[in-house]
Write a protein that binds this ligand. Structure first.
Ligand code: ACM
Length: 640
């Protein structure tokens, strides 16, 4: 047997001779030592898992099932230790005594010509090793249908890998637009390929209450439904009472339990968010007593019409979308909500929102004035802090820890046990960490995945832009802050302007590759130049999966300035150095035979009505056609 084995190995290594394996994994593993040659998975391969570990066995079965779609053969999973008889086996072992480097989620992966060995301290680590193997296999491994005439080669390699942060999340807003249970499961599948371990589920907001609360049935009978509108969300014509409120949806508690289990099977925790006291119009439309404002019984779940005025130094609510902090009924309501939330979500935290709570209706409320006198609260921030403290008591009484957006710091006196999610830049996180709170970093400046990805001339409009390279440069631990207090970070995907999963995918990927790498890989390994080809390797997989992604990294931002003679000058800001930009001012479509941008500012001809440009690489178009009108150029240059 041994001789046959040696012969087989020799054949395999000869077969692989001279082929330099390309290792392209996101997130970049902590340590990689490449070898020569390949191992080939084949119909007689098997995967062995240690006895007595149903969670691991299930995860491995899922992996084998997933792979069988592409390979056409189902690799059997066997319990009970190493099996080295066949070339092409994968052996998974859990360390008897923990390897401190690996922690709970790390792994060692050794691929030789003979087989694959995975060791980890915990099942999660082995699961992540399998995700790495999926990326080491040919891209066709992701196919859901059988791919013939291909060798399922895994390059010879030694990998030691473990995450930098324990909190590696994506926030998914299912309130602004509802996404089905299956769509949420698909989102989880997409996350785990890049070793995310936390789904922050934004379940309530002005536009929809998405979680069944059995003791408060109107929350989903009324609060889950609005009027379907399409276009640019935020300024829709206010709906009339005659229009049907049949757009939206919610998850039953059974649905949620199913998703929680689905996530747990993939080592993902789910953090539920109930966003209060602001962003609560769906709850108020269901139970108007929750408002301090007379006439709240006329309020309806928002359908994307304007309800807030945003100005340079803040915002004013046009209708009162806040829970009343001075009404004891509100706390009874919240006790019921959090009792049920705590029962269906096993994760240690509950998120209470706390962001963007307008105070202009509280300021007018006699009830709030009376509360301020009674509790000696000086201003509206202290009123909110009072509310947050009451909520913290409720959440703690359910055996959970409270986390909230960084506004929960306002008004002071935040309970020590609360964790702060820093979103208005890093400063809330810095302040919270200095006070000894745990922090999760989710700053708009780096990880708001709902923002545009390149020039507004070609992006679906959103009020801000965040490019891939900027996301990739995110550093969650600020200078001078104890890294132990920074639990990790997450990308946030708000869905005001996202109506379907195709656009969801476009907005999330590839920036969520960058967030995954920031949160998993050692800081010293981060390198945008090495990241880009790995992103493109994922694009090739997404093409096979029929998944959408944004190609915005190929599309420059157009900068326009005023020259000394009042003329306009344009420049193109590229994310990739190896792009050639061709342009025209004569309304025709530029290609590689047109003028090429050489890095010096281009004067705009006085009569030009449009600038058109497109990016090429290696003589092939890679970008999209971008058109800027002269009016837009004048606006950007600040010329009237
Ligand atoms: C937020 O983006 N309002 C947390």
């Amino acid at each position: 047997m041994k001789k046959i084995f040696l012969l087989f190995s020799l054949c395999l290594s000869l077969h692989g001779f001279g082929q330099q394996p390309v290792i392209q994994v996101i997130p970049e593993p902590a340590e990689i030592r490449t070898g020569e040659g390949f191992l080939v998975l084949n119909p007689s391969s098997s995967i062995s898992v240690p006895d007595g570990n149903p969670a691991l066995a299930k995860a491995v079965e899922n992996f084998a099932l997933q792979l069988s779609g592409a390979t056409g053969f189902r690799i059997p999973v066997r319990s009970g230790g190493a099996n080295t008889r066949n070339v092409g086996n994968i052996n998974i072992e859990l360390n008897k005594s923990a390897d401190a480097t690996l922690g709970n989620e790390g792994y060692k992966l050794s691929v030789t010509n003979a087989g694959v060995n995975i060791t980890a301290n915990k099942p999660a680590g082995a699961f992540y090793a399998l995700q790495t193997i999926l990326q080491l296999l040919p891209k066709e491994a992701v196919s859901k249908t059988q791919v013939k005439d291909i060798e399922w080669k895994i390059p010879v390699v030694e990998i030691t890998d473990y995450p930098r942060f324990g909190w590696r999340g994506l926030m998914f807003d299912v309130s602004r637009h509802f996404f089905t249970k299956q769509e949420v499961k698909d989102f989880i599948d997409d996350m785990v390929r890049y070793k995310y371990n936390l789904l922050h589920w934004h379940l309530t907001d002005d536009e929809g209450w998405r979680i069944e609360i059995k003791s408060l049935p109107k929350l989903t009978e009324v609060g889950a439904w609005n009027v379907k509108r399409t276009g640019h969300f935020g300024n829709f014509v206010p709906p009339t009472d005659a229009e049907p409120r049949n757009y939206g949806g919610f998850y039953t508690q059974d649905d949620i339990k199913e998703v929680v289990q689905y996530a747990a099977d993939r080592f993902v925790n789910i953090l539920p968010e109930v966003d209060i006291p602001g962003h609560s119009l769906a709850a108020i439309a269901s139970y108007p007593d929750l408002s301090c404002t007379p006439g709240a019984d006329k309020y309806r779940v928002r359908s994307g019409e304007k309800i807030m005025d945003w100005h340079a130094n803040g915002f004013t609510a046009l209708i009162d979308n806040t829970l009343c902090p001075a009404n004891e009924k509100v706390y009874v309501f919240l006790d019921k909500v959090f009792t049920e939330v705590a029962q269906i979500f096993p994760f240690e935290y509950i998120h209470m929102g706390g962001d963007e709570c307008a105070k202009n209706f509280w300021e007018k409320s006699p009830q709030v004035k009376a509360l301020m006198q009674k509790e000696k609260l000086k201003d509206m921030h202290e009123v909110q802090a009072y509310f947050v403290k009451r909520v913290s008591k409720i959440i703690t009484s359910k055996g959970k820890k409270m986390i909230g957006w960084d506004e929960i710091l306002e008004g002071g006196d935040l309970p020590k046990s609360a964790t702060v999610m820093s979103w208005r830049g890093m400063k809330g996180g810095i302040e919270a960490a200095k006070m000894g709170h745990d922090v999760v970093m989710t700053p708009t400046t780096f990880v708001y995945l709902d923002y545009m990805q390149t020039d507004p001339a070609i992006e679906p409009p959103v009020y801000a832009t965040l490019r891939l390279k900027t996301t990739y440069s995110f550093e969650p631990v600020p200078d001078g802050i104890d890294p132990k207090l920074i639990r990790g970070g997450q990308g946030n995907i708000w869905t005001e302007q996202i109506y379907n999963t195709r656009h969801l995918q476009y907005m999330v990927w590839p920036r969520a590759f960058a967030v995954a790498e920031v949160l998993w890989s050692p800081k010293s390994k981060r390198n945008f130049e090495s990241f880009v080809p790995r992103v493109e390797a994922q694009f090739a997989r997404y093409d096979l999966l029929n998944m959408k992604y944004s190609p915005a990294l190929y599309d420059p931002l157009v900068k326009v300035k005023k020259g000394s003679n009042n003329e306009m000058l344009v420049d193109f800001d590229r994310e990739l150095n190896n792009l050639d930009i061709y342009y025209s001012f004569d309304n025709s479509f530029p290609d590689k035979f047109y003028p090429k941008y050489d890095g010096t500012s281009i004067p705009v001809p006085v009569d030009a009505s449009n600038l058109k440009l497109i990016a090429y690489r290696d003589g092939k178009p890679v970008g999209r056609l971008i058109t800027l009108t002269s009016a837009e150029m004048r606006k950007r240059a600040g010329i009237k």
